[in-house]
Write a protein that binds this ligand. Sequence first.
Ligand code: HSE
Length: 314
Amino acid sequence: MNPEAIIYDKTITVEAPATVANLVCGFDILGMALNGPFDIMQMSLSHEPGIRISHTDGYDLPSDPAQNVAGAALLDLLQALGLPVGIDLSITKQIKPGSGLGSSAASSAGAVVAANHLLGNPFSKEDLVRFAMAGEKVASGVKHADNITPCILGGVTLIRSIFPLDIVQLSAPPMYITVVHPQIEVRTSDARQILRKEVLLKDAIKQWGNIAGLVAGFLQNNYGLISRSLEDVIIEPVRSMLIPGFDEVKSRSKEAGALGGGISGSGPSIFMLSEHATTADAIALIMQDIYHGLGIDYKTYVTTLNTQGVRICK
Ligand code: HSE
């Protein structure tokens, strides 16, 4: 670590993208980054030690660093750095907390990428994933990296192992992603609590086939294989009960030509992958129609795969 490389008293802005974790069959191991929505964060370093966090959004998120997902990640980073650097961070969240779109991951990933940049890049991307996992622990009680990793690295990522961390970046063909976020809250901790702790061997075999098929489909740019592999026989049957309209969104999106999709992270957002922009747009209309009919407020997004991850703007 070269203390001379530290940039003090300059404010940078970063954009931290939303992510879709699990990608249907890959619970806790697969994820992808989206080109929208994203959080905007501003950071500067100072000689006055401590982490000072402010929010310019309407969410009532804690500013105490130990209770804040970005703060917890930065505490781990500063501990590894071992120098008395102060951090001022302002967060404008555009990814709603509790949406299933990796809101907490965006905060912690954006914070550690910004800090690493201002510190002269002493840490590797893997180190940054490790620090950011401390934020996920604050958010959901467990360290998982399937949102953080694509948020930091971009694209589609596989966490082969979390302890020790073993990350695989996967290439993928161009895809359009349609997301509907019904405006109900599903807490990740609750959505994890309701899962069965044991799995039948026949279900595990099906799931392994689908995960391997999905990874191969991404690597081979094989849309047919991706489509056939977007099936989850373990988590989705349990969690989808928390999301009104889920079955209808899925069936009507597939009728309209979606490759497939499912719950984004722990929900309530639902995502669908498409090969063509026109299909992705048509699916957004279907989603709007369904939630309008149910009388539930919603937001829809039509976006593409973000291959860059957290972006340092200036
Ligand atoms: N893999 C995690 C879960 C993601 O599904 O619980 C939570 O955002």
